[in-house]
Design a binder for this molecule. Structure first.
Ligand code: BG6
Length: 512
């Protein structure tokens, strides 16, 4: 799916044979922020998993950059610890040996010329002795306030510029700003040095198999797409619920909140995939064009005082464990007004979706961890049954379960066995783990590999990111000028205002 011509092509790969894996060509990666939580939990294990699956080139070189005074051995020990704790695949000594041989650590600060000169020398050496071929991905797993320093240093040292027949790419972690204006500024900082085609913005939800399955479900079947519109669908609910709290994440989360953390990126991307028109093909350009088109047609439903809700968790019970409220979590301002639950109603101004509300919600410390998209159908126009026969019948629904219990569920009415005609809801359930024996790769495995292979399909563009802020900014501004978030007890499904938001439309949230 790569669009440029300098993609490395595996000469052994028959393009028609889907069983042969896509293997990255000669390359290396520098991680800025390698001592951070994300790198330890997700990035380093994913790199090992890719190596273990044979998808990285033999000379793959991983370079860490950070303030610690670490030797190569210290860095190796740190990575090994992360891999043993977090890798999805089995630990194999020979894979580890090969991967760790190429590891290097460069000590330094993001604004220090000498450290970046050292980094440049380290990469040049790898190009000479490890066959990385001048192909480098720079992973910025750092706060946006450090982007300018790093990007400017990469420019100053010539590391941003690819020598002939090689490439330089930058992979960026969210948050991409905290409103339209700051996103715009960040994009300008990055795009001044790296052309948009070399920028890979990570939204790890797009790396999930079940998210990619939205496209397969919609566009490879005849069953769903004819019904996928305002004639048949009453409303759509997109839920990302987490049972974890925010202990340990105050530094990032306080002042940011659930809407910016999750709705602006993951949930709006899910909406785009569920609502977009069929792309011409699955090239990055076609896919991104359709996503942007539907996002341009998406706006919040007014009045925001009734169509949105936000909350903050208070102490409560998570299963058998007593948990503190947000304002008692370590590091949070005791007067914090940061929302840990956010819900909003969006509409899509198009023929396909006219009049269909899209309800989005996310929260921490909710009843259980689940991410799903539910398309709830209209009632059948006529029921030739007595009221008593269909009394407990709900609306038909297609539910795409992103996680856990990945799969797709359909809910419809069925006759209850017996001598009377009683119709009740039943579920037809497709489960990934039952249908396929192979375990799904982690989102970060897929995305890191795609970035090395120059496949940009699963990375949101600058325009998508900015459009998402345009959708969300009025909601956040409305909240900021309207007091504190409501409260909800940990372990419940959010504040009363979230239920009221749907009740006023005669609807209820699903309790997954
Ligand atoms: C991240 C958010 O993007 O996604 C976190 O910053 C959240 O707050 C996480 O916990 C959830 O990811 P997943 O893959 O576990 O659903």
């Amino acid at each position: 799916m790569a669009e440029n011509s300098n993609t490395w092509v595996n000469p052994l790969r028959d393009p028609l044979d889907k069983r042969l894996p896509r293997i990255a060509g000669p390359s290396g990666m520098v991680i800025f922020g390698v001592t951070g939580d994300l790198a330890h939990k997700k990035l380093l294990p994913a790199i090992y998993d890719l190596a273990n699956r044979g998808l990285l080139p033999a000379g793959f070189t991983l370079v860490g950059f950070g303030r610690r005074e670490w030797s190569k051995q210290d860095f190796e020990a740190y990575v090994r610890d992360a891999v043993e704790a977090g890798a999805r695949t089995r630990f194999q000594e020979h894979v580890w040996q090969r991967l760790s041989e190429g590891m290097q650590f460069v000590t330094g600060a993001f604004n220090d010329d000498a450290s970046f000169d050292k980094l440049a020398a380290t990469l040049a050496e790898a190009d000479e002795f490890r066959g990385t071929g001048g192909n480098w991905a720079y992973y910025l797993s750092i706060p946006p306030s450090n982007f300018a320093d790093v990007v400017n240093q990469l420019e100053r040292t010539g590391l941003a510029e690819a020598p002939e027949n090689s490439w330089r790419r930058v992979i960026i972690e969210k948050p991409f700003g905290d409103n339209l204006e700051s996103a715009h500024e960040l994009n300008a900082i990055v795009n001044r040095v790296f052309p948009e085609s070399s920028v890979y913005r990570i939204d790890h939800y797009l790396g999930k198999e079940t998210v990619q399955n939205i496209l397969a479900l919609r566009f490879s079947n005849q069953l769903f797409e004819p019904l996928w519109n305002a004639n048949n669908i009453d409303h759509v609910q997109i839920t990302m619920a987490e049972d974890i709290g925010l202990g340990g994440r105050a530094g990032y989360y306080d002042g940011i909140g659930a809407a910016r953390d999750v709705i602006q990126n993951h949930l709006i991307q899910l909406l785009a995939l569920v609502a977009m028109e069929e792309p011409l093909n699955f090239s990055p350009r076609s896919l991104r064009a359709e996503k942007l088109k539907v996002l341009r047609a998406t706006t919040p439903v007014e009045p925001l005082s009734k169509t949105t809700a936000r909350g903050q968790y208070t102490a409560g019970w998570q299963g058998s464990k007593k948990v503190p409220g947000l304002r008692d979590e370590e590091g949070f301002d005791p007067n914090s007004t940061t929302e840990t639950f956010a819900a909003c109603t969006l509409k899509i101004n198009s023929r396909r979706w006219a009049g269909v509300p899209f309800y989005l919600r996310t929260g921490k410390r909710l009843g259980r961890r689940v991410t799903e998209i539910a398309l709830v159908f209209k009632e059948a126009p006529y029921q030739p049954f007595d009221e008593g026969q269909t009394g407990s019948l709900g609306n038909n629904a297609v539910v795409i379960r992103i996680q856990p219990d990945e799969g797709v569920l359909m809910r419809f009415g069925s006759k209850v066995p017996g001598s009377t005609m009683e119709v009740r809801d039943v579920n037809m359930d497709f489960s990934y783990s039952e249908a396929f024996t192979e375990e799904s790769p982690e989102a970060y495995e897929r995305l890191i590999l795609d970035a090395l292979l120059e496949d940009t399909s699963l990375f949101p563009t600058n325009a998508e990111v900015e459009r998402s802020w345009e959708i969300l900014d009025p909601i956040i501004e409305h909240w900021h000028s309207n007091g504190r978030p409501d409260e909800y007890e940990a372990g419940t499904w959010g504040p009363q205002s979230a239920d009221d938001m749907l009740a006023k439309d005669g609807r209820v949230w699903r309790r997954p």
